[in-house]
Structures are given as C-alpha cells and as structure tokens.
Design a protein around this ligand. Sequence first.
Ligand code: NDP
Length: 498
Amino acid sequence: MTAATAMTATTTIQNLIDGRFAPASGGAIISVYDPATGSLIATAPDSTAHDIDAAVDAAAAAFPAWHALGAPARAAQLRTLADLVERDADEFARVESLDTGKPLALARSIDIPRAISNLRFFADAVVADEGETFENAQSRSAVHHRALGVAACISPWNLPLYLFTWKIAPALAAGCTVVGKPSEVTPLTAWMLARLCVEAGFPRGVVNIVQGRGLLSGAALVAHPRVACITFTGGTATGESIARAAAPSFKRTALELGGKNPALVFADAAGPAQLQATVEGIVRAAFTNQGQVCHCASRILVERSAWDVFVPALVERTKRLRVGDPLDATTDIGALVSGQHLLKVAAAVDAARRDGATIHCGGVRVDPAMLPERIRAGAFYPPTLMSDLATTARANQEEIFGPVATLIPFESDAEAIAIANGTRYGLSATVWTNDDARASRIASQLDCGTVWINSWMVRDLRVPIGGMHASGLGREGGREALHFFAEPVAVVRANTST
Ligand code: NDP
C-alpha cells in the first residue's frame, strides 16, 4: 500500500479531468456504502453535463498527440500503469471487496490480477497488430487502423476494476483518449486507478475519469457530439437507451448486456466418476461473485434421467456454501452489491414462488441474527435453487443477477437446445458432457457468443467475447476490441500504371 492509493475510513473521491483532480462542478456528492456492513465509506462526485464537457474537451485536445505517439510508446505507458496496479494489488483487492461486498479472496484472485492482465494484454496486442497487406495482379493494399478519437467507456458495478480496465486498455492502446464513467455504486477502485494514471505519467487529458450517476453524467457522455465511440457494459434496458442516444450522431457502439445463461447438464456428466466435478463446476458457474457475473449460469438444464442423482447432489453442495463476512477467508458468498439490489433479487424469488416454484435451498434473506455482528446490517442473500417453473416463467426469462438459479428438466438434445435458446438473450452457455462430439454439435446450435464445455469463465484474452440478441452488439477481447476503437484505412498501390 502506498500513499497514492491508501483509502481512509471515509474517502472523498474526485474526478480526474485534464490531469487534475476536482469535485463535481455543482459540488453535489453521492454517498458510497459498504454493502456488507451498511457503513458509509466514501463520497463521490455527482458530476454534471458541465464536467462531461470539460472531460471530453480535454480528451479531444489530448487525442492528436497521444495518437501520434505510436503504439510502442502507448503500450509502454500502459505497462507502467499495470506495474503500479500490481504494486498496490493488496490495497486494490481490499477496496474492491469493501465497495462491492465480494469476498476479499475473490477480489485478490480474480478481479485485480485480471485488471493487471487487461492492461498488459492490450499493450502487447497493439504492438503485435501490424495491420494487413493484400496483393493481387492489379494492386498491393495495406490496411492500417487509425484511432477514432474520444472513447466513452461506461462500466458496471459487478466487476468494477476488471471491466473498467477491459475497456480503457484497448481504447488507450489503439490511440483513443478516454472519458471513463464507472458505476456510481462502486466508484472506489476507478478513483485509485485515476491517481495511478497521474503517477504513471499519462499526458494530461489522455485518461479522464468522471464519477456520477448514469442518468446524469452517463447520459451526457453518451450524447456528447465530440465522443466518437461508446463501449458500454451493463443492463439491457440501459444498453437500449444508449443505442438510441448514440444513433443520431452515428457513434460506434459496443454493448455488452445482460444474459440468462443456460447450463446444459447431460446424464453422462452426472455419472459416478464425473458427478462431483460437474456439481462443483455448476456451483461455481451459478454462484461466483454472488451470481453477479453476466456469464453466470442462471438456468440449469438437467437431462431427465440424471435428475434424481444430480439435483440432490447440487442442492446439498449449494447448502454447504458459506455465506458471510467478505473479509473472512472461508467465505464463499459475500454481500450483494447493495441493499437496493438485495430487494430486487428477493422480489424476483418471491415472484417465482407465486409462479409455483419449488425452492430447494435459500429463497429468503439471510437472517441477520445468524451473521457475525459486524455484518448484521449487510445485504446478504443465500444461494437459491428453484424448479417446477414453466420455461416461460419470469424467473426463466428475466435476468435476476444474484445468487439464484432455476432447474429445468429436458428429455433430448433437441429439447435442451430449444429451451437454452428460448429467451431474448444470447450471451453464453455451458455444456456438461463427456461426449466431445455431442458437445461440439450442441455448441454449434446454441445462440450465444460463448459456449464453455465442462468449464466456465476459462479465458484466453485473444478470444472475442460478447452476446447476441438482447445480450448486446459487438465483441470485446483480442483484436476485435482494438479494432473497435479504430477506423481501418486502406492504402492501395496499382502494380502497373493505368
Ligand atoms: P446498468 O445498466 O444500470 O449500469 C451500467 C453503467 O451504465 C453504470 O456506470 C451506470 O451508471 C451507467 N448508466 C446507467 N444509465 C445510463 C444512461 N442512461 N446513459 C449512460 N450510462 C448509464 O448496469 P449495472 O451497473 O446494474 O450492471 C449490471 C448489469 O450489467 C447486468 O444486467 C449484467 O448482466 C450486465 N453486465 C453485462 C456484462 C457483459 O459482458 N455482457 C458484464 C457485466 C455486467 P450508474 O451505476 O451510476 O447508474
């Protein structure tokens, strides 16, 4: 931990605009709470359209020089930032856990290492991306990528630093300058990153981080005429409003939205040799980060012949997950991100109950008396499994984004595929079987951007990731992400004069 990043009991977060830290222009603030204890931990600027104007102006002014710097120099700057985040990784993990309620162990093992990898990955990727050349009898063509300008990077609360860096790293590597808007619910690690951007020596205006509410500063950023492109991760309804706001000015948009991801469990993956591994895999896919990962499996489709073996084993394992203090190393399930989100999750389960669900475990808010005193006011909801719902029921169609999954039986491959594809979403799926040919066949028929076989969230950052239908537009990761922030320009030479 260094003086640059240490958080005090109640931190006053500021914006980073044009290389300077400042409160919101109107002076308004947003209170930030630790969802595990309910305590106030920080105040953040409630920024206005005026702050967005200043940030976009600074980013636009910084763009020509940043772009002209060239890929190797931009990559070096990103690597310096990655080194600083790594230096302060323990403090970043502590603060991410405090801000989100997620287990500290998860922030340490996933969120912060992945944020560091994002910065390094895109530094390497832009240097390796030499453009393409094509030659035929008539011509030689070289295609290079020219950065678009000011990129708006808007990120959600579930994986705050992980997803914020997943956006700003390719934007900066490609040569764009950035105005970032983290979620108002979890502003802390973006604020720590802002200070490290200054320490890393980014030129003024290259990275601007404006904190505030989506409906005020987020909407102003999306509508700003000098923003060239928008990369957004968040809910589908917000994505739709962003697509509408961006359309009149033809801004390029990448939208990573919600999901209702199926896990297809075939009987051969529930045989004696595989049962435990499959159960562990599904528990991880459904409940990691309290189920608040866009790729979490929220519909578990189980082949009917395996139901009586697989479902009891899954329920028994789920009941053994430890809900508790995020700071306790033995905790599996921490707090949901806020008391407000807890009410939404609880309401969705209550609605499912009214729709006739059988609740196998969980299903009611954790009794505060069962929790250690420090976290009795926290937003804790237990992992919940339910069945006996129509595939058209709300709990099988609408994203809940909490530790809640439904169980649905199926009889055949065709029925499993039909159920899996039977929502408006198309983000990801998992397929659990020992039959690799069957897995490939099923994967090719699932309408979604990623299919994991006997695994979940195993990632190679070169692979494009994103959704179909209501799960979004465009892909992040790999070259797709770098090229999103740039215009391909072809320079063509004739082989013979005409
Ligand atoms: P939201 O859509 O509510 O918010 C996402 C971001 O957009 C926040 O920074 C928010 O600010 C901002 N925002 C809200 N309204 C506007 C607006 N009108 N204009 C511009 N910006 C706006 O999502 P959540 O933060 O609640 O995140 C959860 C959602 O994210 C889930 O639906 C989940 O599936 C999805 N998600 C998708 C992923 C994917 O890769 N497909 C990955 C992770 C999450 P503020 O918070 O201040 O309102």
